[in-house]
Every structure is written in structure tokens, then in C-alpha cells.
Design a protein around this ligand. Structure first.
Ligand code: ADP
Ligand code: MG
Length: 360
């Protein structure tokens, strides 16, 4: 490969060549025209100066030309460098802006994602509650229908019994035994009557929240419905306030509150135990405390038990909807629901409901 000859090499070569030729030819020429050695020495000195002068100009012109080119190139490079720097700064600024916009968009998307998650969760909860409400409504219609159907024959029975009692009295047919039988029949009929009217109250489908709710009557109805579940196993102690407590609300839904809480209390008790119910009127609100001697609630579960579908019970025994619905109903009544539990010892569920009519 032929190497490109550098400028400084060719310059040096040209200088040496020109110098050599100058010395040879100028000396020959001078030798041919000058014979005096003194003059010759003088002329040789001038010749040397002349050569230095000419080559000096020559080098100046060449170096000037090349250095100018170099300086121009340097200026151009500096300009490019400045431009490049500006471009980099501008590009970085734009990039920063884009990154900022992107992170803002990301934040918005994340927020929207969270919102969507909440909406989905709420929808699921609503769906579950709607499902349960629908079931309760159907159950209410069924119960109301049955209660109505039982009511008619019950009235015949009551009429017949009253007639019989009069007949026995008028004809002086009373006997120790017949009195006992008649009393037994009356007690039975009265009990059926109480159950039917309790069921009727429970299955009321009113949607208003300003009915007069008799708290003790409602709890009594719930206990009656649960009597089969409770008897022989759970002792129920009722420590009610000494006066009737009437609060505004929805009678049917109020039954649902206490039925769910009492059902949980009963289910928490194994072979035997106790449920005590205490009602107090604080003036602005009514407090109902339902304490059981059941299994209690573990700390980790406590925060989640009002969530829909949260259950610690075996499949088929619990749906996990009872307390979530109870909580919603209590909130609809502007009330509070609290739990106090010692695992292995028992639980106290406190329901606080306002005495005054609330606005929804
Ligand atoms: N009185 C109680 N004693 C012990 N655990 C309870 C009591 N009340 C509620 N719980 C706990 O709360 C959970 C949720 O109750 P709930 O919403 O009524 O659903 P479910 O009764 O169908 O399980 C129950 O599974 C249970 O673990
Ligand atoms: Mg339950």
C-alpha cells in the first residue's frame, strides 16, 4: 500500500532539494563569473542571506496558509461543538418534558386503575347484596303468604275455642281436666299467633326508614324464630331497659340486623353456652349489646368480618354475607356496629342506633 506523503515531509524534501540546487548552481555560476576570493566570500554571505530571506518568505506564506486553514477548521469545530451542546441541551429538555408527561400519564392511569378496582369491588359487593336482598324479599313474600294463610285457620280455631269455652261454662261442663286441655289449646293458639305476627313484622317490605321500631319486640321476634336453634343448648339472658324503646327505622330491616347477630352468636357456641342481651337508652341513641360465650374472633379476622363473603365457617354453613348486610343496614339507619372479642372466650357485638329520625 502506498503511504500518503505528509505535507511536512514533502516540505522538508523540497527545502533540502531547493537548498542543494541553489548551492550547486549558484556556486557554479559565481565561480564562473567571479575570480576574486575576497569578493567571492562577500557575495557568498549575501547569497546565504538571500537564501534565508527567500525561504523565510516562502515558509511564512506556506505556514500562514496552512495555519489559517487549521484555525478556520478549529473555529468551525468549536461552532459545531456549541451547536451540538445546544442540541443536546434542547433534546434533554424535551426528553425531560416527555418523561414528566409520561410519568403524569402513568400516575393518572394508575389512579384510574385503582378507581376501576374499587368500582369493581363495589359492584361485586352490590351484586352480592342485591342477590341476598332478592332472596330476603322472596323469603319475605313467602313468609307473609304463609303467615296470612295460617292466620285464617287460626282465627277459626280461636273462634271455635272461645265457643267451646262458653259452651262448657254455660252448660256447667267444666272439669279439672277439660280446663287444663282448653288452657293448653289457648296457650298453643296464642303462641302460633305470636309467631305469625312476628313473621309478619319481619317480612314487611316497606322501604321507608321512619316506621316505629319496637326494639324489644324485634329482638323477641328474632329469638322466637331462632328458638329451635337455641333451645337445650343456649341460655338466653335478657337485660332490657325498663321501658319500651321505640326508634325510627325500617321494621323488616331492623329484624335482619338482630337475626344475623343472634344467629352468629348461636353458631359461635359449641355444645352449650350463653347469650346475654342488654339494651340501654343513652338519650340520643339506643345501645344493644349482644354477648355470647362462643369461640370468639381472632384479631386477624376482626377487621374483615364485615366484608362481603368473609367467612370462617365451613362451606354450606356460612355465606359471609350476614355481617356485611347488617353493617349496611345499620349505616342506612345512621348507626354504629362494634365488636369486642376475646378468642376462646366470647364476643360482644354492640349496635348503636339513633333515637331521632334520621335523614338519608
Ligand atoms: N359472635 C361471633 N362469634 C365468633 N365469630 C363471629 C361472630 N360473629 C361473626 N363472627 C365471624 O364473622 C364471620 C362473618 O360473619 P357473617 O358475615 O355473618 O358470615 P357467616 O356467618 O356466613 O360466616 C363469621 O364467619 C365468623 O368468623
Ligand atoms: Mg352469619
Amino acid at each position: 500500500m502506498i503511504k500518503k506523503i505528509r505535507f511536512e515531509h514533502s516540505l522538508a524534501a523540497a527545502y533540502i532539494l531547493a537548498g542543494g540546487l541553489w548551492i550547486i548552481f549558484s556556486d557554479r555560476f559565481l565561480n564562473s563569473v567571479i575570480s576574486n576570493p575576497e569578493v567571492m566570500t562577500q557575495i557568498q554571505t549575501y547569497k546565504g542571506w538571500f537564501y534565508v530571506f527567500i525561504t523565510g518568505i516562502f515558509f511564512f506564506l506556506i505556514l500562514h496558509k496552512h495555519l489559517k486553514k487549521l484555525r478556520d477548521a478549529e473555529i468551525e469545530i468549536q461552532q459545531h461543538r456549541d451547536n451540538l451542546h445546544e442540541m443536546v441541551v434542547e433534546k434533554t429538555r424535551r426528553l425531560d418534558k416527555v418523561v414528566e408527561e409520561l410519568s403524569l400519564k402513568n400516575e393518572t392511569i394508575n389512579r384510574q386503575n385503582e378507581d376501576l378496582k374499587h368500582v369493581l369491588e363495589n359492584l361485586n359487593n352490590m351484586q352480592a347484596q342485591l342477590f341476598q336482598a332478592e332472596k330476603m324479599a322472596s323469603l319475605g313474600v313467602l313468609t307473609a303468604g304463609i303467615a296470612h294463610e295460617i292466620n285464617n285457620p287460626l282465627n277459626y280455631m280461636l273462634g271455635g275455642l272461645t265457643g267451646l269455652e262458653h259452651y262448657f261454662e254455660e252448660n256447667k261442663l267444666q272439669h279439672e281436666n277439660t280446663d287444663l286441655f282448653l288452657k293448653g289449646i289457648r296457650t298453643g293458639i296464642e303462641r302460633i299467633n305470636a309467631i305469625v305476627s312476628g313473621l309478619n313484622q319481619m317480612s314487611r317490605t316497606n322501604t321507608t326508614y321512619d316506621e316505629n321500631c319496637d326494639l324489644h319486640e324485634i329482638i323477641g321476634n328474632c329469638l322466637m324464630i331462632l328458638s329451635n336453634e337455641l333451645k337445650y343448648r343456649v341460655k338466653v339472658e335478657e337485660n332490657y331497659a325498663d321501658h319500651a324503646i321505640i326508634i325510627p327505622g325500617n321494621v323488616g330491616k331492623m329484624h335482619q340486623i338482630f337475626l344475623n347477630i343472634l344467629m352468629n352468636a348461636s353458631q359461635s357456641i359449641g355444645t352449650e353456652g350463653e347469650i346475654s342481651i342488654r339494651t340501654t337508652n343513652s338519650g340520643s341513641s339506643v345501645i344493644t349489646e349482644i354477648t355470647d360465650t362462643g369461640c370468639g374472633i381472632e384479631e386477624v379476622d376482626l377487621a374483615k368480618i364485615t366484608e362481603p363473603f368473609y367467612t370462617t365457617k365451613d362451606p354450606g354453613k356460612g355465606t359471609g354475607l350476614g355481617l356485611s348486610i347488617t353493617y349496611s343496614i345499620i349505616k342506612e339507619h345512621n348507626g354504629e356496629l362494634r365488636f369486642n372479642s376475646v378468642p376462646g372466650k366470647g364476643t360482644t357485638v354492640t349496635v348503636e342506633l339513633p333515637v331521632k329520625k334520621h335523614t338519608l
